[in-house]
Design a protein around this ligand. Structure first.
Ligand SMILES: NC(=O)c1ccc[n+]([C@@H]2O[C@H](COP(=O)([O-])OP(=O)(O)OC[C@H]3O[C@@H](n4cnc5c(N)ncnc54)[C@H](OP(=O)(O)O)[C@@H]3O)[C@@H](O)[C@H]2O)c1
Length: 258
């Protein structure tokens, strides 16, 4: 299926590795030019070079921190100059602080602040500076990566669930306000996606990975491409009548009927 988005430009935030990088590749495979944003300048430049070489699209790396307004201003200036603003905005973010804790043990104000800054305020900073650049184009797609915890809170994930729910509410407001500009706004809510790209304390142990597979009727973890394919679909022409929605990619973990 031709998604009809070849030649568009997408900004993908938090895209030096993991899901953000894979989303950038998936859009580039559809002929979309990329602007990548994350803190690790060298890694980000290498990802941009890899994308340009593999998919034959333009790929630009802008190094910066999503929590820092001056960095987002610099990103906006680059986007304005390069393409007058992106057509597609994918709001991926960093993760909540580790380790995960039970809610009554989650007492450290610094961890709450970090979770808020990383997952919610960073999205708001990007939206308030970048989305105005998209509104004069008459067409646009905004897709935020949240978590299936907004539908069914996962054990010990309050630091994530609270702010992903905030992102979901913020995106719903945005969808209502800018739909008349031809811009759709949706969320993709993953859970139990393979994170073997990460190593060290952030990754799940082999035993935990086995346990997590049993949380879904499918009995397996989701693949990165099952998330990136959903994002690419929401960015497509065919998804033009979907807005203000959340699409879960969680293998049936969520028990709710709708
Ligand atoms: N895997 C799942 O099942 C699942 C479920 C629910 C939600 N999620 C969410 O999906 C997102 C992606 O997951 P992942 O596994 O790909 O995470 P990851 O491997 O930890 O990658 C996170 C990316 O975010 C960037 N980043 C972190 N903080 C940043 C900041 N302040 N400013 C700019 N970039 C920043 C990192 O690059 P730099 O270090 O270079 O900045 C990196 O590219 C996370 O928010 C995660 O919580 C995943």
């Amino acid at each position: 299926m031709d998604l009809g988005i070849a030649g568009k430009t997408a900004l993908v935030t938090a895209s030096s590795g993991g899901m953000g990088k894979n989303i950038a590749h998936a859009l580039a495979a559809e002929g979309v030019n990329l602007v990548l944003f994350a803190r690790s300048a060298d890694t980000l430049s290498a990802v941009a070079a890899e994308i340009a070489q593999k998919h034959g699209v333009k790929a630009l790396a802008v190094a910066g921190d999503m929590r820092v307004a001056a960095d987002i201003d610099r990103l906006a200036d680059v986007l304005q100059k390069e393409c007058g603003g992106p057509d597609i905005l994918v709001l991926n973010t960093g993760r909540a602080p580790n380790p995960i804790l039970a809610v009554l043990d989650e007492t450290d104000e610094a961890r709450w602040n970090e979770a808020y800054q990383t997952q919610l305020w960073s999205d708001i900073l990007v939206v308030k500076r970048i989305v105005p650049l998209m509104l004069g184009k008459g067409w646009g797609r905004i897709i935020a990566i949240t978590s299936a915890s907004v539908k069914e809170p996962m054990h010990n994930h309050s630091l994530s669930t609270v702010f992903r729910a905030g992102v979901t509410a913020y995106m719903k407001h945005l969808a209502n306000e800018i739909g008349n500009k031809g811009v759709t706004v949706n969320c993709v809510a993953p859970a139990l996606i393979d994170t073997s790209h990460r190593s060290g304390s952030a990754a799940y142990s082999a035993a935990d990975t086995e346990k997590r597979k049993k949380l879904t009727p499918l009995g397996r973890a989701g693949s990165q491409s099952e998330v990136t394919g959903t994002v690419a679909f929401l960015a497509s022409m065919q998804a033009g009548f979907i807005t203000g929605s959340t699409i879960q990619v969680e293998g049936g973990m969520v028990g709710a009927l709708v």
